[in-house]
Design a protein around this ligand. Structure first.
Ligand SMILES: Nc1ncnc2c1ncn2[C@@H]1O[C@H](COP(=O)(O)OP(=O)(O)OP(=O)(O)O)[C@@H](O)[C@H]1O
Ligand SMILES: [Mg+2]
Length: 336
């Protein structure tokens, strides 16, 4: 029996930018503007939901005591640490309140690039060889081939990835590693730079009904930009590198990439939605897993998932509805 609820009470969890970047210019890059929260809220209201806005700070525990919540639309980045995206799902799981998207285990692993690479690699998924640096004094692994891309191990939105993040020598590698350790106070991932086409794949759904959306290719103009998605390239919508969706691929290539993404979604036990970044190596033509975003950005007309969705002829509100409906179905509740 399904639980039938009229005027569903949906709590929308989020973390807002405070305009207080403390250590680095990109400190708040993963946090959201009120406009994005408002557009999700408007979409939910359009479909008749009562929306309760819950900023995911330490106060949230007090705030939810007075609320009747049927389901949470989770969009919160969380506060601190590599497990920050797991904080809100863990809280609502503890309280027995359903929420959209993956649970705390998937979000925790997904935000830690090295951990997620280890998990998918253990199931046969190709991912660039890498090394983690904790203090910048480690010896470089012998099997690692330059050039390497050097990035904080647990950030998104290309935080800490600058135009000069490619190390071609040991000296450049240690320079970049130490710069990131000093600025971001977290382990650094150095991984082999995959020269080749870059794609991002959105997925929606659960179990036997997972939809792999049209593949988006990120196209770099080597005369103008770095050839990869650095913070500078990503943040500015005007200079934003162009993309093609659906990507120009043969049927066989398309099938191969979609299967690759689907396998990763299943290995990491994603729920409802995720976006997976990968590159096809020019050397061997194989897809290489770069990272997963089980809590993908939802800035209307800017975030890759919203662009993919719109390229299918859909509107933004329907993407929000679809994500909520996936969670409702999964929890055996009536959809909106
Ligand atoms: N091993 C690699 N080889 C080639 N390019 C890479 C590699 N790793 C990262 N990049 C480039 O750097 C970009 C950002 O890297 P990554 O996706 O890991 O960062 P992110 O900040 O987590 O991204 P997001 O905003 O999608 O969360 C990629 O989109 C890609 O262009
Ligand atoms: Mg990425």
């Amino acid at each position: 029996m399904k639980n039938s609820i009229k005027n569903l009470n949906v709590a929308l969890t989020y973390n807002l930018k405070k305009n207080e970047a403390i250590n680095n210019f990109d400190d708040e890059a993963e946090l959201d503007d009120i406009e994005t929260v408002t557009s999700i809220k408007n979409a939910l209201e359009k479909y008749g939901c009562n929306v309760i806005l819950l900023e995911a700070t330490g106060e949230i525990i007090k705030k939810i005591q007075d609320e009747k919540i049927d389901i949470v639309f989770n969009f919160a980045e969380g506060l601190k640490g590599r497990g920050r995206e797991a904080q809100i799902p863990a809280l609502f799981n503890m309280l027995g309140i359903p929420f959209t998207g993956s649970d705390e285990t998937t979000l925790g692993v997904g935000l830690d690039k090295a951990l997620s690479k280890r998990v998918v690699a253990s199931e046969g998924i190709k991912t660039p060889k890498f090394q983690l640096f904790f203090n910048g004094k480690e010896k470089i692994k012998r099997n690692l081939n330059f050039p390497l891309i050097v990035k904080p191990n647990a950030q998104g939105s290309s935080k800490g990835i600058i135009d000069k993040s490619i190390a071609k020598s040991q000296e450049e590698l240690y320079d970049l590693v130490n710069r990131i350790i000093n600025n971001y106070k977290e382990p650094v991932l150095a991984e082999e730079y995959i020269e080749g086409r870059e794609f991002t794949v959105g997925l929606l759904g659960n179990e036997e009904e997972i939809e792999v959306l049209p593949i988006m290719e990120i196209r770099f103009d080597k005369s103008k930009d770095t050839g990869f998605y650095s913070y500078n390239v990503k943040k500015d919508s005007e200079t934003k590198t162009s993309f093609t969706c659906p990507a120009n691929l043969t049927k066989k290539e398309e099938k191969n990439i979609k299967n690759f993404a689907l396998k990763i979604y299943k290995i990491l036990e994603c729920k409802d939605v995720a976006r997976i970044d990968l590159r096809i190596s020019n050397k061997d033509n194989n897809p290489y897993f770069i990272e997963i975003n089980p809590l993908p950005g939802l800035i209307d007309g800017f975030s890759d998932l919203t662009l993919i969705w719109k390229s299918m002829g859909n509107n933004y509100e329907d993407l929000i509805k679809r994500i909520l409906n996936e969670a409702l179905k999964r929890n055996n509740m009536d959809t909106i």
